[in-house]
Structure formats: C-alpha cells, structure tokens
Design a protein around this ligand. Sequence first.
Ligand code: ADP
Ligand code: TRP
Length: 321
Amino acid sequence: MRILSGIQPSGQLHIGNYFGMMRSMIANMDRAELYAFIVDLHALTSVHDRERLSRGTLEAAADFLALGLDPERCIFWVQSDVPEVTELTWILSTLTPMGLLERCHSYKDKIAKGVAPSHGLFSYPVLMAADILLYQAERVPVGKDQKQHIEVARDIAIKFNNTFGDTFVIPEPVIDENLATIPGLDGQKMSKSYGNTIPIFLPPKELKKRVMAIVTDSRPVEEPKDPDKCNLYNIYKLFAPADRLAEVRGLYLNGGAMYGKIKLELLDLLIDKFGPAQEKRAQLLADPGRIRDILHQGAEKARAKAAITIDLVRDRAGLKY
Ligand code: ADP
Ligand code: TRP
C-alpha cells in the first residue's frame, strides 16, 4: 500500500494538522510505503517572503521529525526538489476542465480571506493532483477540507487513463470522520488562515494564552449543557484520558463544568503530550544542515520514483518522438 500526504510550510503546525493528517501519517510508517513531503510550491500561492518560506520549510521538516517520522522508514522530501512534478502539472492541466477547478471551494474561500487570486492559486488542485499521481499513491490521509482536491485528482487521473490508456493509480482519500474537522478557538474549522489555531509547539506562556482564548459561553456553571456543542469540550476530548473525560462529560450534562478549570487541565495535557517533541524539535532546528541532508536524501529517492512515472506519461502522451 502506498500512502502519501503533504503539508504546506506556511505557518505553525496546529492541532488540526496534527489530528487531520500528521498523526495518521506517522502511524502508517510500518504498515505502508510512506511518502511524506513539504509542499513549498503550494505555499508560494500565499507566501511571497523568501525568509519566511525557507525557514517555514525547515520548521515543517523539524515538526515531522520531532513527532516521530523516521526518514529511514519512509520517503521524506521537499516538493520543489523534484521538478518533475511541475512538468506533470502542465501535462495534467491540458486535460483539466475549467469547470472542475471553478467548483473548488478552497479557491473561493482563500480569495474571500484576502489571498490574491493568482493563476497559481486557481490551478493549485492540479499541482496537488500531480503530487499524488506522480508517485502512484493509493491512499491520501487528509482533513475534510482537502476531500474535494482528492476528488479532482481522481477525475484528472481517470481522464488521463481514458485518453491515453491506463497510466495512473486512482487515489482514495483517508479521512477519519471523528477527526475530520478539528474546531479552532472560535469554533470554526481550525486553520492558519482564520487565526484561530492552537499551535502545538508554543512556549508554555503563549500556549496558555491560546488555550484561555478558547471561546465559551457565559451561562452559569451549575446550568446543564450539551458537551458536544461546546467548543472547549470538543478540543479537550482529543487529549483527555477516557475516565476523566467521562467525568467531565457528566459535569456538562448535570451542571458543574467549570470552563477555566477545564482549560487549565487542557493546557497540562497539551504540555505533557507535545513537550518532549518540542525539545527534540529545538535540537533539530539547531542543526539545519542535518535537516537539509535528510531532505536531500529523501528527494533523491522520490525523484527515482517520479522518473518512472514521468517517463511513462511522456510516452503515453506522445512526447517521446
Ligand atoms: P491550514 O488550513 O491551517 O492552512 P493546511 O492546509 O496546511 O492547514 O493543512 C494540512 C493538513 O491538515 C491537511 O491534510 C488538512 O486537511 C489538515 N487540517 C487542517 N486543518 C484541519 C482541521 N481543523 N481539522 C482537521 N484537519 C485539518
Ligand atoms: N493542499 C494540501 C493542504 O493544503 C497540501 C497538499 C499538497 C497535499 N499536495 C498534497 C496533501 C498531496 C495531500 C497530498 O493541506
């Protein structure tokens, strides 16, 4: 089984990214042929700042490694180190109906949030299709917001196969319904572009500020409440041990849930869970040369795989004369 997923180096890793994608990628290391990468070319659709992008790429790599990704047991690289992906993007774009891209929510959402509507932003899903098809990925673990992009990749692969003969594996999204959309501080989907995230690698003081900023209602403590409608509970339940979670659930249902206390408990749980990885991340970032070596070695492996597909694609499309 070939499993592949990527993350943009466009901001701090948050708990939505962790549960939506990173955790299941790391867990799949021994069960699958795993392809994990940092999509810097995608990030260029929203980040035009040399320092921020290059630093973000090293940080995203450190995030993955600190959380347990072992580059010996997977292929781990930076998207732009395999230029074949842009060639495949062009070839696929000639088969991509405009209507397919015009229907993509993510383009409309990003423009509504103030991202400049460039051609690259519009054709973002074609580059993502190329990412997936170039490595003949079978499964793609993502959060729910990326489901439509995987459907686009499937449609493009089917169109190519129908036009030029069987070439691409048709990828399947892997979405854990319980973790498909982690809520942010304000209850909307947690996202870097909404400014409502809980980044997992923050110094404790800053982390505390974020946790305390989780929006809750102002009803009295003793009033019974529906835990499933409470944003704080929906974040807390991701981290709390089962017995304590059952107790807190009872407090919501019967009255007596104290938001301030639950927030402080959540803060401790976050520090316990991510503290050790945070130390490891700091050590990794102290030696960026080592991170670059790991990524370059990964790119060599990825490029060898990409070469096989691109050769086949060129042949099928009539580019080998
Ligand atoms: P963001 O929306 O914060 O910019 P990315 O687009 O970099 O995040 O997403 C990286 C991965 O994390 C994707 O697979 C995405 O689906 C997943 N993801 C992002 N936010 C969430 C969330 N709130 N809940 C679940 N998964 C998420
Ligand atoms: N678009 C994805 C996101 O914003 C990142 C991404 C790019 C990706 N290429 C991919 C995810 C290929 C899975 C597979 O989160």
